[in-house]
Structures are given as C-alpha cells and as structure tokens.
Write a protein that binds this ligand. Structure first.
Ligand code: 2IP
Ligand code: CA
Length: 396
C-alpha cells in the first residue's frame, strides 16, 4: 500500500465533506451566499466565508498529512494563506487545533461569534473518514518522504461552488457549468526534478439524492513513479501493471474501434478562450467547461482528447494532481506555447511537460506559480500531436 497516496485520498474525502457541508447545512450555506458588503461593515471581519472554507480545507489537508508524516506539512503549498488581519489590526491564524473544542473556539472568532457554524465545521474537521478502496490498498510504491512536496487547490472553480446550480445537464458527459465542475486537487511532485508523482482529484458534487437533496461525490487517483504507473480508472490492479505507453495504446485502440479513432478527436476549453484558438479547434469536437481541475478531469475520464488553454490563468496548484493522474495513464500536461515554439523549430521529440518546483523568472506574488505558456492536458501522445498540428498558423 502507498501510505501517502492513501492519506491523500482520506484528506480529499474530508475536504469534500467540508465543501458539501458548506452548501448543505443551512447555518453554513447562509454564510456562503452572504453578500460581502454587509459583513465587511463589521470591523472585526477577517475574511469572507468562501475564503474561510478554502483556507480551512487547505489547513485540514496540511494538518492531517503532517500528523501522519511529520515534516511533510512544511512542503505543502497552495493559493491560500492562513493569516488574516481585520480592520482593528487583530491578527487571526486559521488552523486545526489539538481538540475539536479548540478548533470550534478559534473558528468562532473568525466567524464573529457564530458558534453554531463554528461547531459544525469543527465536528467535520475532527471526524475521521473511512474508505473502502481495494485497488488503492494494492498500490505498492516506496517513495522517500524527503523527496516529496505538494500543491493543493482546496476548492477549484470557486465561482461554480458559490453560484453554480445543481441541475445542469451534460453534453456527452461534460458539464459546461454547475456544481459538478468543482474539484479538490491534491498533487505530489518530486522536489528536485519538479515532476508530478501522484495526485487525487476529488469531485464533491456528482449526484444529488432527489429526496434528501444530499450530494455524493467521487475521487480519482493516479501514481507515476519510476516504472510504476497505476490509477483508479484501471480495471484490474492485480494484473501486471502495463507500461504507461501500453495504456495509451490500449486507450486509443478502444477509441478507434468505437469511433473511428483519430478522426474523432475532441477538446475542452474555457469559455474565455480566444477566437483564434476556437477557430483552430473547429476541426475537432469542441466542449466548453468551467474549472481547470474539472476540464483536466474530462481528459482523465476520456470524455475529451485534450484540455487546452492558451492563457496564463492557471497555476501549479490547478495542475499538479491532474498531471500526475494523466501521467500514470500514459499522458501528461505540456506548456502550450513552448510546444508551438519547439514545433516551429522542428524539435518535436521532447515534450515541454509542466514542472512544479520552479517559479516563473522575474514574477512576483501568485504569478510566480502561473503556467505562463498555457497548457495542454492529454491522455495520448499521438492525439496531442494531431491537435498541435491544428495550430500551425498560430504564433507561439
Ligand atoms: C480557477 C478556476 C477557473 C479557471 C481558472 C482557475 O481556479 O478553475 O474556473 O478558469 O483558470 O485558476 P476557467 O473556468 O475559465 O478555465 P479557482 O476557482 O481556484 O480560482
Ligand atoms: Ca484553482
């Protein structure tokens, strides 16, 4: 069993419980949809509830992984900082305390004395999760702890999380918007090479019970380390793990059999994508969807051949987890513009895979960790090449 991967799945499930509670529990939901303006009038106000939910999830992941693997918490990075200062100059650090009561007490300070909400959240934070996943238990990989670091996106697609509807319909399995586009992303990379090693994508809102109106979710994991490539979408982990390339071949063979293979390629993109990109991709089936994590998940699930983004609007925390899963399936995530550059120079052999340990030169703040050249997430190298050939007229 890979204890780290199992711990990531547990942490992602607890995070999903928090994310669901904030939508389903009335006392929390009211806070989530509350207008920022009215709460900001209060001088003790430290952050909006959406930010608190984000930060709390990130802290829970840090806390739970750090407890299991002491020292690892210092190598867990994400978008959020856990320190807030209100307009009275009071500083508050959101963190998981040793006891449930302690966490509730701390959260009530951030929540301006709302003990009901604080206790509800604290009870989920301190409640264990149990998982039955025989495939996960069979994953065997010994990875030294001091080689690993993590990128976490506690809630990806925050807009859909707050405003997204429950009853959106899919187009061939792809949701363009709605709660299904929300994901929790936990990815591990190698500190020295920067390459992704393993990751979990948790989708907290997948189906809603029509009677209780409670949501249930699901998770996907993948691990790619030395010659071990394994993911939750593989049918039988008892079988000798096929090489990543074989999985890719197998995937494309099945697709060819079903849909005349390479003639039926598809891509998912952001609605904000430029017209030049949309028109280059008009040769393939095109889908639009919210959320960087969700679009990557569409590639993982095989709903689309690629997720392509030409802009610099994603960050390392959006990509590390899906990248690891795609890698375990024989695919990956590359820098879109660098790919175009290399192609224009005739250098097509080595792909510019995204790496996770190197900030953007000269950038400051969050921009240090932006994926500057955009990205393409793919499951199969051959399909990536065909899609990239559509961009011969686009300037790198
Ligand atoms: C966002 C989120 C957006 C996405 C953007 C990410 O992360 O995934 O949906 O834009 O790139 O940074 P788009 O949906 O246009 O692809 P977050 O919600 O965590 O800010
Ligand atoms: Ca994000």
């Amino acid at each position: 069993m890979s204890e780290v991967l199992t711990a990531l799945v547990h942490a992602s499930e607890k995070s999903a419980n928090i994310a669901r509670a904030c939508k389903q529990e009335e006392a929390l939901f009211q806070l989530l949809v509350q207008e920022k303006k009215s709460i900001e009038k209060n001088k003790r106000f430290v952050c909006d509830f959406k930010t608190l939910a984000d930060v709390l999830i990130q802290e829970v992941i840090k806390h739970d992984l750090g407890k299991k693997f002491p020292g690892l918490e210092d190598h867990i990075f994400g978008e959020e900082s856990n320190e807030f200062t209100n307009s009275l100059g009071e500083k508050i650090k959101v963190e998981v305390c040793a006891t449930e009561e302690g966490t509730a007490e701390l959260l009530s300070k951030v929540l301006n004395g709302n003990m009901t909400a604080a206790e509800l959240l604290a009870s989920i934070v301190h409640c264990g999760v149990s998982i039955e996943d025989p495939a996960l238990e069979k994953v065997a990989a010994e990875i030294p702890q001091d080689t690993m670091a993590l990128w976490v996106d506690p809630i990806d697609s925050t807009f859909q999380y707050i405003k997204g509807y429950a009853n959106e319909k899919t187009k061939d399995g792809v949701y363009s918007k709605g709660l299904q586009c929300v994901t929790i992303l936990i990815g591990v990379y190698d500190r020295s090479s920067g390459l992704p090693i393993m990751g979990v994508i948790n989708q907290p809102f997948v189906t809603r019970d029509p009677h209780s109106l409670r949501w249930s979710g699901r998770y996907f994991w993948g691990l790619s380390y030395n010659d071990i490539n394994i993911c939750s979408l593989q049918n039988d982990v008892n079988a000798a793990s096929p090489a990543a390339e074989d999985l890719c071949e197998e995937g494309s063979r099945q697709k060819e059999e079903m849909q005349d293979g390479d003639n039926d390629l598809s891509a998912v993109i952001s609605t904000n994508e430029s017209d030049a990109i949309k028109s280059a991709l008009s040769a393939v089936r095109l889908y639009y969807a919210a959320g960087a994590g969700y679009k990557s998940l569409c590639a993982v699930q095989g709903f689309v051949s690629v997720y392509l983004l030409s802009e610099d609007t994603t960050f390392k925390w959006d990509c590390c987890a899906p990248h690891a899963i795609l890698k375990s399936m024989g695919g990956g995530m590359v820098d879109f513009r660098e790919c175009l550059k290399r192609k224009s120079k005739g250098n097509v052999d080595e792909l510019p895979e995204l790496i996770y340990n190197t900030p953007v030169n000269g950038a400051t703040g969050v921009d240090r960790w932006a994926n500057k050249g955009g990205l393409v997430a793919y499951r199969c190298r051959k399909h990536l090449d065909i899609i990239m050939n559509l961009f011969s007229d686009v300037n790198p």
